[in-house]
Ligand binder design. Structure first.
Ligand SMILES: Cc1cc2nc3c(=O)[nH]c(=O)nc-3n(C[C@H](O)[C@H](O)[C@H](O)COP(=O)(O)OP(=O)(O)OC[C@H]3O[C@@H](n4cnc5c(N)ncnc54)[C@H](O)[C@@H]3O)c2cc1C
Length: 382
């Protein structure tokens, strides 16, 4: 396994549980890259897009599996993975936003998803700290949250407990391919780790690994996101649901800590944090939740979402036998970790996938393979 983020660790845990010999190679700290920055919303309904039906289905399957996943993980690791059944509110601040939310409600009902329209007074009954600026809200009772830092710590212990070897501070330079199949990984330090199967779960850096045959490569780009972490010295109570307004959101941890997110920036591998981001994040959030301005800032951090050209995850066997991709989870890697782990671990163990082949087609790495040579047509002229 190359990469020890939420995806690599989830796959490692599930694969080790199946009795496979698993080694995770992580160049930094386990769970220390993008997964460390993520807010942890489990939000397939809030993120629903009728043009992305396969992703919606995958997200719903994963969200529904979360309670059992974290319960089992807590037992296996002895740690609390930080799952919070908090629900989500989508908020509108003016007539235009209210009209847009009404359309969004109809779209979700059309997809068979649960969403309730709340008048401002009804939303304030649920969340008394909401400002009078609120016009309308949608309640999404099935979208919850998890603390990704607690989750990855629990996954690491769960995976170790199931027999996986986790090697932090171990950078992979290239995938070893011989005789047309993946054979292991060559480390930056020079030594080689042999393996029958290699899973690439190195987030946006997956595309920069050496040794992958051109036809098996997947194009990925990093999409930077900055988030603020804050806490309320008065303790919990300011907000109990996830609150989303346009692209911005506030995620409560249930103990007086909050995560405010997130910017979306296409700036390559830059992870600097900026004053403009603090301004942007607070401006939108304080308008709806004025009490936020009393909170203490703990951290401003930036992470890099791994994104494929179509923004859909890349999960499954590549065209190179023995080489499996588990990346490209973009804005939803925490949400999609349980279902990705099941799909990849069952492929590693030679079992049937928990999701049908047809449903998985949209995520197949082969969708990026160069087109087979078609009978050529020659165009002449401009
Ligand atoms: C601001 C922000 C907010 C987000 N909020 C949410 C959210 O609310 N809900 C949600 O579901 N998702 C969210 N996401 C997305 C989510 O964080 C990602 O989809 C997810 O973390 C991807 O996990 P990963 O394991 O693929 O990547 P990572 O966590 O980045 O793990 C990849 C690992 O590979 C390692 N690696 C890289 N190269 C090598 C190498 N050569 N050798 C060895 N190791 C290597 C890295 O060090 C890293 O630890 C958010 C992302 C951001 C940036």
């Amino acid at each position: 396994m190359i990469g020890g983020g939420v995806i690599g660790l989830s796959v490692a845990w599930r694969a080790a549980q199946r009795g496979l010999r698993v080694t995770v190679l992580e160049r930094g700290e386990l769970g220390g890259a993008t997964s460390y920055v993520a807010a942890g919303m489990l939000a397939p309904v809030a993120e629903a897009d009728p043009c992305e039906q396969p992703l919606l289905t995958l997200g719903i399957v994963s969200a529904r599996s979360y309670p059992a996943f974290v319960h089992e993980l807590a037992e296996a690791s002895g740690r609390d993975p930080g799952y919070l059944r908090c629900g989500t509110l989508l908020a509108a601040r003016d007539d235009d936003e209210a009209e847009a939310l009404t359309r969004e409600l109809a779209m979700r009902h059309g997809l068979g998803l649960t969403a309730h329209r709340l008048r401002a007074s009804e939303a304030r009954r649920l969340e008394p700290a909401l400002a009078p600026a609120l016009r309308l809200a949608l309640e999404l009772p099935e979208d919850h949250a998890v603390d990704p830092r607690r989750l990855t710590a629990a996954l690491a212990d769960g995976a170790r407990g199931a027999g996986a070897v986790l090697r932090a501070g171990t950078e992979v330079a290239e995938v070893m391919v011989a005789g047309g199949r993946a054979r292991g990984a060559r480390l930056r330090a020079g030594d080689q780790i042999e393996a029958d199967q290699v899973v690439i779960a190195a987030g946006p850096w997956s595309a920069t690994l050496g040794g992958i045959p051109p036809e098996a490569r997947v194009p990925l780009r990093p999409v930077k996101g900055q988030v603020l972490r804050m806490h309320d010295p008065a303790g919990p109570g300011l907000l109990s649901s996830v609150l989303r307004m346009g692209p911005a959101y506030i995620v409560p941890r249930g103990d007086g800590r909050y995560v405010l997110g997130a910017t979306m920036e296409e700036r390559g591998f830059d992870t600097s944090v900026t004053g403009g981001a603090v301004f942007e994040l607070l401006r939108d959030a304080v308008e709806l939740l004025p009490g936020l301005s009393e909170l203490v800032i703990d951290e401003l951090s930036a992470g890099l979402r791994p994104a494929a050209p179509d923004n859909a995850p890349v999960i499954g066997q590549s065209v190179t036998p023995g080489l499996i991709w588990a990346t490209g989870h973009y804005r939803n890697g925490v949400l999609l970790a349980p279902v990705t782990a099941e799909i990849v671990a069952s492929a590693l163990a030679g079992e049937c996938a928990p999701i049908g082949d047809k449903e998985l087609e949209a995520f197949a790495p082969a969708r990026f393979a160069p087109a087979r040579l078609a009978p050529s047509t020659v165009e002449i002229g401009a």
